[in-house]
Every structure is written in C-alpha cells, then in structure tokens.
Design a protein around this ligand. Structure first.
Ligand code: ZN
Length: 232
C-alpha cells in the first residue's frame, strides 16, 4: 500500500513538472523572433495562449526576469484593443508575459485618434504583426449605450457605440435594452466589426501594412463566463 502510494505521488509530480519548469514553456520576444513571425503565426500564439488560459494551464513565467530581459528594447508580436472591463485583461486571457503584447484599453473598445496613433507606433515602428479588437459578452459599456445612459464624459464615449446598436435589427417589440443579454452581445459583436472597419478606414499606415501582408487586423469576442475568445 505504501509503495503504491509512493508510485502515485511520483506520477503526480511528473504530471505537474512541465508547468513548474517555467523556462521551457515560453520565450521573451526579441527582434529576430518577432520579425520571423507571420501575422497568422501571431494569431496562433494568441489562440494557443487562450486555450491554456481556459484549461487552467497558464504558463508560470518569471515576470521580473522578463522585465529585465526587455529593459533594452521591446518586440511585442501583437496589439490588442480591449474593453476597460476588469475581467477582460488581454495579458491574462491570452496568457502572455512582459514584452509580449501591446494593449490599448477603453470602455467599449472603440478606436479614437490616440489609439490609432498608438497602434501605428506598435505596428509600423515597433514591428507587431497583428491587431486584435476584442469586445466581450455582458459589456457594461454596451449595456449603458443600449440604455442611453448619460453621465459626464461617459455620454460621449457611449455615443461611439450607437452606430452598432442601430446596425442590429430586431423584430418589432424586441427589448433593445440592457435587460436583453442576447441583444447586448449582438451589439458588442457588431461594435467589434465596426471598430475593425473604422481602424482600417482611418489609418492609412495600418491599411498599407495590411495590404503588404505585414499586418493582420481581426476582431474577437471574449466570453466572460467561459474565458474563451472567439475570433470573428
Ligand atoms: Zn466592456
């Protein structure tokens, strides 16, 4: 009995070992590894990272070591625009470490001039291969926009989501308020698609990189209940 227990414990230790040995599981991006990556490979890294997150197998990184390693320069492979929502943090959801991805965050994940300038820096100057516009389910900003909330500066921000609300058609009599979770999620997805289009329309720099095949722009929805990110 004692021997069998010892054997089981040895198996358990072996099973856990791959996640304890952090160094083999990830790399910190440098100029060579970043430039060798295609936009599709960059997308795959995020897909794989989200799968690890959802499975509860996020990599144990030595973050302070990555901080030191990247002190002389950063070579992130992707840029993510996400909502301000505390449950939708791109580094966590995509299981990425220090220096891996640029992140821009604003309630309702809407693009503006400052964000566009930031993303142009991230791609044209800093070499990132992918831009992801990521919305999420049960988004408070989308709910507020659906309900026509007007509070201080938030009013102007929520106005940015209104075109997405208008673009979602529903049968007569449908509840188009935040009480209708399915409607809210449809608006969130439509908003993501519209923000992707808006980004390409307003940035000659990024559109040029996309046309040259150097950068890809994709939309995504993060499910707050499951953690899964669905690319559109
Ligand atoms: Zn949100």
């Amino acid at each position: 009995m004692k021997n069998r227990l010892a054997g089981l414990m040895a198996v358990a230790v072996l099973a856990v070992a791959p996640f304890a040995v952090a160094d083999d599981d990830y790399r910190t991006f440098d100029q060579a590894s970043q430039s060798a990556l295609t936009p599709d490979e960059a997308l795959q890294l995020l897909i794989d990272g989200n799968a690890r997150f959802v499975a509860g197998e996020s990599i144990e990184r030595d973050l302070i070591e990555q901080q030191r390693e990247t002190a002389g320069g950063q070579y992130p492979f992707a840029v993510v625009l996400s909502c301000l929502d505390s449950r939708s943090a791109p580094e966590v959801v995509f299981d990425q470490g220090v220096g891996d991805i640029f992140v821009g965050r604003v309630a309702g994940n809407v693009v503006d001039t400052n964000l566009l300038g930031s993303f142009e820096f991230a791609t044209a100057a800093a070499g990132s291969k992918l831009i992801v516009v990521m919305g999420h389910t049960a988004c408070g900003a989308v709910m507020g926009a659906c309900d026509g909330v007007e509070v201080g500066n938030l009013t102007a921000l929520l106005d940015e989501i209104e075109p997405a609300i208008d673009a979602v058609s529903t049968p007569v009599g449908t509840d188009r308020s935040s009480a209708n979770a399915e409607f809210v999620n449809r608006v969130a997805e439509t908003n993501v698609r519209m923000q992707v289009n808006e980004l390409l329309r307003r940035s000659d720099v990024i559109r040029g990189l996309v046309e040259q095949g150097q950068v890809k722009v994709v939309g995504a929805i993060h499910d707050l209940a499951t953690g899964e990110v669905r690319f559109l």
